[in-house]
Design a protein around this ligand. Structure first.
Ligand code: E4P
Length: 225
């Protein structure tokens, strides 16, 4: 690797195999996050889809429970955890989610606490032993609240106490969300494929390539004469 310290990790936010394979081929993919809405677009039995995803990506793959009570969440989590050792159980930021996180963390199962919209939720899930917390920046922006302020608040609180729960910035809608996440020092950003591709796009790069290639062609033509 070309860096000394851990850099911001890049996950793809999708359940689509072609998108996952494409992002994986770019050489910068660290993991995958899914949710029930993303899975509903794939028309495949979710357990089968998770297995296929885990065959492509060796990093963490988040699979979400849909039960609302801790008992149901735990039962689902145990089944999901059987799929592969890189499955991370995605649990909502609720009281039942907290209880589930405590249990799963005691059994060594990794968790991703999703639908986080406040610093207090982020603090409590860390106390329960969450591996990741997923604050949703885009959905906060959608209701005229600065989503990135939440990431800054969580970073400060976690650093105050040396909390090791990883901040996974979710609901990313554009490249600046990713850049800001890295500037603040978030641990992970989960990004849709279209935004991952925009991260490498710059009009001056395209103009520069065109100019170099035109000049190269001119040179070759002049040498043939
Ligand atoms: C995170 O894990 C979620 O799957 C996702 O980022 C939600 O994004 P959205 O608000 O664009 O649906």
């Amino acid at each position: 690797l070309c860096y000394k310290e851990e850099t911001v990790k890049l996950f793809i936010d999708t359940a689509n195999l072609d998108e996952i394979k494409k992002a994986n081929s770019y050489g910068v993919l660290d993991g995958v996050t899914t949710n029930p809405t993303l899975l509903s677009k794939e028309k495949e039995e979710p357990m089968v889809q998770f297995k296929k995803i885990c065959e492509i990506v060796k990093g963490p793959v988040s699979a979400e429970v849909t039960s609302l009570d801790a008992e149901g969440m735990l039962a689902e989590a145990k089944e999901l955890a059987q799929i592969s050792s890189n499955i991370v159980i995605k649990v909502p930021c609720t009281i039942d989610g907290l209880k589930t996180t405590k249990e799963l963390s005691a059994s060594g199962i990794k968790t991703n606490l999703t639908l986080c919209f406040s610093p207090s939720q982020a603090l409590l899930v860390a106390k329960a032993g969450a591996t990741y917390v997923s604050p949703f920046v885009g959905r906060l922006d959608d209701i005229s609240t600065e989503g990135m302020n939440l990431i800054e608040d969580i970073r400060v609180i976690y650093d105050n106490y040396g909390i090791e729960t990883q901040i996974l910035v979710a609901s990313i809608r554009h490249p600046l969300h990713f850049v800001e996440a890295a500037r603040i020092g978030a641990d992970v950003a989960t990004v849709p494929l279209s935004v991952i591709e925009k991260l490498m796009k710059h009009p001056l790069t395209d103009i520069g390539i065109k100019r170099f290639s035109d000049d190269w062609e001119k040179l070759k033509t002049s040498l043939v004469k």
